[in-house]
Ligand binder design. Structure first.
Ligand SMILES: [Zn+2]
Length: 407
């Protein structure tokens, strides 16, 4: 199977200068200039950063792809550069596939359409607006650029590439939704016309390929109509729009495995489009993809106890981590928060810690341990508080510092 081979050989095309999500516009401009393809500045961001479009192929069927409309969703930008590397003329085992792409498709890539947001590694643009709620109001220069691209190019297919919360699960399960798809709705009734049907058919084809690599980690986003979003409007404007959301995967904080899955998925979409191989997929096949659900905590602590006065009770804790940008948004630290407590038996943890009956106690009960570990704030074990506490096993204690276990 060609996809297994692509999976195995991804490293040959991987853009090695991008290894972490927090890269900036200045990191990609040089890469774009070095590409042996037609490039064009399609406009400037609010802070005057150039937004580039790279055109590849001379085929009849037009496809437009853009990434990082939300500045802190960088996974697909990395994958776009891998795909561009793959499409460069070269001597390898994929000549036939590459030539087919170049002869049958006309690809237009717009990596990092919100460079000002990427600079700060935030969702919104420099005006504080979420571009994906600006498809009608068009108050952001970046939104105007995207709309004109769609209207002027009239692509048959559009790829809207995002990252989603890593705590989404694929259905009601403990499995993270690593890649989620959506054939966005073009009306409130979420009806299926020809344009939208093609989106879900291509998604079903990508799903079939991806299942070979992540059988339990593929999700489907809710198809509620959002009148202000680009995906929904582009579908309405007549381009079959495919939304790909990169979620989480165990031990892949910088999403390098997920980037590879994007590489495979998007190339498989090109393949099925140029072969017209998507028509066979039924609505059921699309609907079988599990819905995105919220059943995960980053850390779930089970079998803990709390003593309040003379009462002892059982308790589970759900702890999540938020990324806080530091050093000019080039790095990040985790900030933990106790999201929920009580009976959490219907949820799962991306990581689970069995407290084995230990008591959850504040550091103030253990001044010596607090001193040794440098915990000077009096953290309480309560919802909304940061996860700093002690698991008291009686004969020994385990410290939890910012949600991390310290023995
Ligand atoms: Zn997004």
């Amino acid at each position: 199977m060609i996809y297994q081979k692509l999976f195995d050989k991804h490293i040959n095309y991987k853009e090695l200068s991008l290894q972490k999500r927090r890269f900036k516009h200045s990191d990609i401009v040089g890469l774009i200039h070095a590409l042996p393809f037609e490039k064009q500045i399609v406009g400037l961001s609010f802070e005057q950063r150039e937004i580039y479009k790279i055109k590849v192929g001379q085929g009849k069927r037009k496809i437009l792809l853009w990434s990082q409309m939300h500045g802190n969703e960088a996974t697909a930008t990395m994958a776009i550069f891998d795909i561009l590397n793959f499409l460069k003329p070269q001597d390898d085992d994929f000549q036939d596939f590459r030539n087919e792409i170049l002869n049958k498709l006309e690809l237009h890539f717009v990596p990092m359409i919100n460079p000002d947001g990427a600079e700060r590694f935030i969702r919104r643009n420099a005006q504080g607006i979420d571009m994906n709620r600006d498809a009608l109001a068009l108050q952001c220069p970046e939104s105007k650029i995207l709309k004109s691209l769609v209207i002027d190019l009239e692509p048959e297919f559009s790829f809207n590439l995002h990252d989603q919360n890593i705590r989404y699960s694929a259905g009601i399960s403990s499995e993270q939704a690593t890649i989620s798809f959506l054939a966005t709705a073009y009306n409130q009734e979420t009806e299926w016309n020809e344009v939208r049907t093609k989106s879900r058919q291509v998604i079903s084809a990508m799903n079939e390929v991806l299942k070979n690599f992540i059988p339990y980690n593929i999700g489907r986003f809710s198809d509620e109509f959002e009148p202000r979003a680009f995906g929904d409007n582009i579908q309405k404007w007549g381009s079959s729009l495919i939304l790909i959301e990169s979620g989480g995967y165990k031990h892949d904080t910088e999403k390098q495995f997920i980037r590879k899955l994007n590489f495979i998925s998007i190339l498989s979409a090109f393949d099925v489009i140029l072969k017209d191989g998507y028509q066979k997929y039924s609505l059921e096949e699309y609907q079988q993809i599990p819905q995105n659900e919220k059943y995960l905590f980053d850390l779930k602590i089970i079998n803990a106890k709390i003593k309040l006065g003379n009462t002892i009770f059982n308790i589970d804790l759900g702890v999540n981590f938020e990324e806080k940008n530091i050093l000019g948004a080039s790095e990040f630290i985790h900030k933990s928060v106790i999201e929920d407590m009580g009976d959490l038996s219907v949820f799962w943890g991306i990581k689970t810690l069995d407290a084995q009956g230990a008591f959850l106690r504040p550091f103030s009960d253990f001044p010596e341990i607090a001193n040794r570990l440098g915990v000077y704030k009096n953290f309480q074990v309560e919802e909304g508080e940061e996860a700093f506490f002690v698991l008291d096993h009686g004969n020994h204690q385990t410290a939890i510092l910012n949600g991390k276990v310290v023995e």
